[in-house]
Write a protein that binds this ligand. Structure first.
Ligand code: PNS
Length: 157
């Protein structure tokens, strides 16, 4: 049984994140979506809100769990008995950042593999930061995020 951890800030989760969740859940026996509590960025939604939105969006995916984590990602992964970190990749700037994190994580914990899933074409442009700006300025984000997220963005605007 292979447990994988899909880690991110998810502030908020987009349809691109959800696409990666579904595809990773089809590859691995168990998938934990891990919401970083401390990411160095000032989030719009606190960790609990981000977890709740993802739980709503992932309802019906039987082998998917969502939880927040603090501290080092590799420590969380090891604590959970997982052996794989899943990350989504959209473009070269994602790759630049992610391969550095993957090598640092491997240096910290060589037994944990990082696996990348390419974003699907309909979602390749989606960015949480841009979506937050659109919502803040009154735009319709319904096509970019799960309904649970769209609702909270509308409430927050
Ligand atoms: O969605 P993001 O912002 O790319 O997610 C980044 C996240 C939360 C996965 C990353 O910041 C992280 O792993 N934070 C935990 C702290 C840690 O382990 N840092 C060392 C990573 S090399």
């Amino acid at each position: 049984m292979t447990t994988a951890v899909f880690a991110g800030s998810f502030d908020p989760a987009t349809n691109g994140h959800l696409d990666v969740v579904k595809r990773a859940a089809a590859v691995f026996d168990r998938l934990i979506v891990a919401v970083g509590s401390t990411t160095g960025k000032e989030p719009l939604f606190d960790a609990q809100e981000r977890v709740e939105m993802l739980q709503e969006a992932c309802a019906g995916l039987d082998n998917v769990e969502v939880e927040a984590f603090d501290g080092l990602l590799v420590d969380f992964v090891a604590r959970k008995g997982a052996s794989v970190i899943v990350k989504g990749l959209r473009c070269m700037s994602d790759f630049d950042r992610e391969y550095q994190m993957a090598f640092h994580n491997r240096g910290l914990h060589p037994q944990i593999e990082t696996v990348f899933l390419m974003a699907s074409p309909p979602h390749i442009h989606l960015r949480s930061s841009v979506i937050k700006e659109i919502a803040r300025l009154g735009g319709d984000v319904a096509g970019f995020v799960p309904e649970a997220v769209a609702k909270r963005l509308r409430d927050r605007a």
